[in-house]
Design a protein around this ligand. Structure first.
Ligand SMILES: C[S@@+](CC[C@H](N)C(=O)[O-])C[C@H]1O[C@@H](n2cnc3c(N)ncnc32)[C@H](O)[C@@H]1O
Length: 217
């Protein structure tokens, strides 16, 4: 046997590319398999899947929104995060760094977040009131939601869930083009605060609230 390079099995460029893609994909399919992210609550612990319209907030935005809902919920308050996993994750991180105890639930379509146990509730906006019995009406001090699609149809359905769950306070994150329906459906006002994402979005994004908030100014 010769030691020459000729004896080394060669892969075609196409096969090599496919293998690289496979290894990259297998390392980012879910929470449990992700060995590089030691903190299961870090934003991005679950990779974005654009097929589910997933665009995660930047660290700063996730922190700002988590602090806002914590403050608004008050001590021992309950927070519902609808289709906003980064805010839920940031709440859990803040809880572990401070002495605050946070009661938060994540309503999400992506079952990878079921890794969060009892605090994960499967949610499909197409069945807005198909919720577990344990989620009682008007049982959350604040509901934060970031619907997957920029359409009145989607917002209208998510609004049914929001109004069912909230005791009153609502924080909605969605496109600037949804200002009118947000006002019409939930009496929300647009905020000056500009939420940012890890990847730049084509659509201008905004927050909306129905209570006095520093996000407004
Ligand atoms: C625009 S992203 C909002 C995520 C937010 N920016 C964050 O960082 O937490 C939309 C969310 O809706 C979820 N989603 C996708 N399809 C859904 C459905 N049919 N019903 C409810 N939520 C859905 C996605 O998994 C994603 O978390």
């Amino acid at each position: 046997m010769s030691d020459s390079d000729d004896d080394v099995p060669q892969l075609s460029a196409a096969t090599l590319a496919a293998l690289q893609e496979f290894y990259a994909e297998s390392g980012r399919t879910g929470l449990e398999q992700n060995s590089t992210k030691t903190d299961k609550f870090c934003v991005g612990a679950v990779e974005e899947d654009w097929r589910m319209s997933q665009f995660w907030y930047s660290e700063d935005t996730a922190t700002r929104l988590a602090e806002e809902v914590m403050q608004q919920a008050g001590e021992h308050g309950r927070i519902a995060c609808i289709s906003a996993p980064s805010v839920y994750q940031k709440l859990k991180q803040l809880e572990s760094m401070r002495s605050d105890s946070v009661s938060a639930v994540l309503l999400e379509f992506d079952r990878r977040f079921a890794a969060y146990g009892d605090e994960f509730v499967f949610y499909d906006y197409n069945n807005p009131l198909c919720l577990p019995e344990g989620l009682l009406p008007q049982s959350f001090d604040i509901v934060i939601a970031d619907p997957p699609y920029l359409s009145e149809e989607c917002l209208g359905k998510v609004a049914l869930t929001i109004k069912y769950l909230t005791k009153g306070k609502i924080l909605l994150c969605t496109g600037a083009i949804m200002e009118e329906p947000s006002g019409k459906l939930m009496d929300l006002k647009i905020c000056s605060f500009l939420p940012k994402h890890n990847h730049n979005l084509a659509n201008e994004f905004r927050c909306y609230v129905n209570y006095e908030s520093s996000l407004l100014s």
